[in-house]
Each structure stands twice: as structure tokens, then as C-alpha cells.
Design a protein around this ligand. Structure first.
Ligand code: SF4
Ligand code: SF4
Ligand code: SF4
Length: 328
């Protein structure tokens, strides 16, 4: 009889599959940028998924959508992905972080390496709370400046500036030609993540902070049946986010990314489970649900013309020449 792999394998399969998809996106985007910079004559359309890496622009577009009712014509796919990720967080905890985000995958691998090396440590509860503060401060800054202070006119001034049209190309350059400082910071975070799992995500990522707050008011959580629990503590030790699963009956921490590692670590069948309202879900429901939500919104956006930008290719090329000084 077919036996479902444990949560960690199911999760790794989804993470690896999604990472491969992102590699394909990166290759296509590189071809697109080569055309836009005049280095290739064959035109490759920009893969919309790349706009998912522009969360600040998407946050502005989201505010504009709420204020004016108009969808972002410059990076529509970015706005669709932003909405999909927020919906995922509300419905399925931070399933995006636990299953789809490439930084989440890198953090998982580093956490496993840290375990093998015997240097993985979780901060105590009080220190862990203090360490999560920076990301909420950064998120608060974005909410204040974009959500409160910026009006639709200012957002549109940013949105229709040449820089915004090529923001994804800027980001590609940032990743492909990192400065020494960037490399040093990334190296520091990687080494730090061997010791404290998910260092960047838990301490600094404002996107993760926003998703955690949405998850807290959502219907899905890991629940523990206190009557069958034997108090072994394996669930808490397995949790990469340092959540005290063994002392909660309903795990609703903002840090919980729905990875279900705790469920896989529990020796008592059925003691820990994923629940949405009254319903018990299989452990894979969070990862598969996040993927399904993303695919459904992608298809709906494509159907309603909310995925591909309306910018004519030649205009996009002119903006590249203008911003990157290619003499156009
Ligand atoms: S916290 Fe941020 S970087 Fe980490 S997995 Fe979530 S979205 Fe990605
Ligand atoms: S509580 Fe469970 S599902 Fe949530 S982050 Fe920890 S191990 Fe993953
Ligand atoms: S791993 Fe299972 S049995 Fe052990 S403390 Fe956690 S919930 Fe209880």
C-alpha cells in the first residue's frame, strides 16, 4: 500500500520543485534582460513570476488598488503574487515561508547543516521575543510610509517612473554582481543561520512579519491533543522556529511557518495535527494548498488580464537604455 512520505520529505519535495521552477524563471528573465539591454536580438517575454521579488512595489500597488480600485499595469503579476501570498498566510499559516520561499529553503538546509555540525541552538523564550522585534520595526516603517503617508498620487509617481519599469532588472543585477558588503552580509547571515535557525526570517524579514500577523488571525493551526501527549518534547526540539509546541494546545505563534516538522517528529500518532476550524487536515495540506492557491490565482489573473504588463516591449527597452545608460 502507498505510504505517504513524512512531512519533512513532502516539504523538501515541494521546496525543491518550486526552486527548480524559479531557476527556469531566472533563465528566462536573463534572456529577457539581454534582449532589453540590446545584447540579444531575439525577444523573450518577461516571466511574470519574477515580479514576486518586488514586494515593496507590490505593497504600494496594493495600497493603490485599495484606494483607487485600479490594478497595477506595470507589475501586475507582482501584485497578484503579493495577494496570493497574503491569502496563503491568512488561510494556511506562513506556508509560503515553510514551503515556497527560496530563502526559506536555504534556511532549512542551513538549519539541517547546523544540526549535523552540532552547533544549532535556539535562543530562550525571552531572547527569542526580543530578537523578533527588528522585523516588526521594519514592517512598521513600511506600513507608516506606504500604508499611511503615501497617497495614490505619490504611488503613481513612483509606479510610472522609468526606474520602476526596470526594478526587476535592477534586482537581477544586484544578485548577479553583489558588492563586497552584500557578500559579507549574506555570508554572516548564512553562518548565523547554522547556529540560530532561520536567522534572517525570524529577526529581519518584514515580509515574514506581515505574514505571521495574518496567520495569527487565520483559521489554520497545529493542534496538540494534551490527553495523548507523553510530554517527550520532540516536537519543540524539531521546530525550526523555536515554538514551544509541547506546551500549547493550539500553536498560533506568528513564527509558525506551517512546516509540520513538529507533526513528523511526534511519536504518538494523531497527537499533533493540522486543523482548519473543526477539520483535521493531512500534513501536506499546507504546502499543497499554498501551491494550489498560487496556481489558481495565476490562472485567474491570466484570464482577466491581470498578469502580463501592458508596457510595449520597445518602450521597456527604451527604459532599460535610459536607466542603465546604454546610449539609447
Ligand atoms: S520570512 Fe521572509 S525570507 Fe523568510 S521565508 Fe518568509 S518571506 Fe521568505
Ligand atoms: S510549530 Fe510546527 S509547523 Fe509551526 S514552525 Fe514549528 S515545527 Fe513548523
Ligand atoms: S512530540 Fe508529541 S508526544 Fe512529544 S511532547 Fe510533542 S506533542 Fe507531546
Amino acid at each position: 500500500m502507498f505510504r505517504l512520505p513524512p512531512p519533512s520529505r513532502c516539504r523538501l519535495a515541494i521546496q525543491a520543485g518550486f526552486a527548480l521552477f524559479l531557476v527556469w524563471v531566472a533563465v528566462r528573465f536573463h534572456e529577457h534582460v539581454s534582449w532589453a539591454m540590446g545584447q540579444m536580438s531575439a525577444y523573450t517575454p518577461k516571466p511574470g513570476a519574477v515580479e514576486g521579488f518586488l514586494p515593496i512595489a507590490a505593497f504600494m500597488s496594493f495600497k493603490r488598488l485599495l484606494v483607487t480600485g485600479e490594478y497595477d499595469p506595470v507589475h501586475p503579476a507582482g501584485l497578484t503574487i503579493f495577494i496570493a501570498i497574503m491569502l496563503m498566510a491568512w488561510l494556511l499559516r506562513k506556508g509560503f515561508c515553510g514551503h515556497l520561499c527560496p530563502v526559506g529553503l536555504a534556511s532549512s538546509l542551513l538549519e539541517k547543516a547546523g544540526r549535523r555540525l552540532g552547533i544549532r541552538r535556539q535562543p530562550g523564550p525571552r531572547l527569542a521575543r526580543v530578537l523578533t522585534l527588528p522585523k516588526y520595526i521594519v514592517l512598521g516603517g513600511f506600513v507608516w510610509f506606504i500604508g499611511v503617508r503615501m497617497g495614490a498620487g505619490e504611488i503613481e509617481a513612483f509606479m510610472f517612473a522609468p526606474y520602476n519599469f526596470v526594478a526587476d532588472t535592477k534586482m537581477l543585477h544586484f544578485f548577479m554582481s553583489p558588492s563586497t558588503t552584500t557578500l559579507a552580509v549574506v555570508a554572516g547571515l548564512m553562518v548565523g543561520s547554522l547556529v540560530m535557525p532561520f536567522l534572517w526570517c525570524r529577526v529581519l524579514c518584514p515580509y515574514g512579519a506581515l505574514l505571521g500577523l495574518l496567520a495569527k488571525v487565520g483559521p489554520t493551526a497545529i493542534t496538540r491533543d494534551a490527553t495523548s501527549c507523553v510530554g517527550c518534547g520532540r516536537c519543540a526540539r524539531a521546530c525550526p522556529a523555536g515554538v514551544p509546541v509541547d506546551t500549547s494546545t493550539r500553536v498560533n505563534a506568528a513564527e509558525c511557518m506551517g512546516c509540520t516538522e513538529c507533526v513528523g517528529a511526534c511519536p504518538v500518532t494523531g497527537c499533533l495535527s493540522v486543523r482548519t476550524l473543526r477539520w483535521r487536515l493531512p500534513h501536506w495540506a499546507i504546502g499543497v494548498g499554498c501551491l494550489a492557491l498560487l496556481v489558481v490565482l495565476r490562472l485567474a489573473a491570466g484570464h482577466y488580464g491581470l498578469w502580463d504588463a501592458t508596457t510595449p516591449p520597445e518602450m521597456l527597452r527604451r527604459f532599460h537604455m535610459m536607466v542603465f545608460g546604454m546610449g539609447g
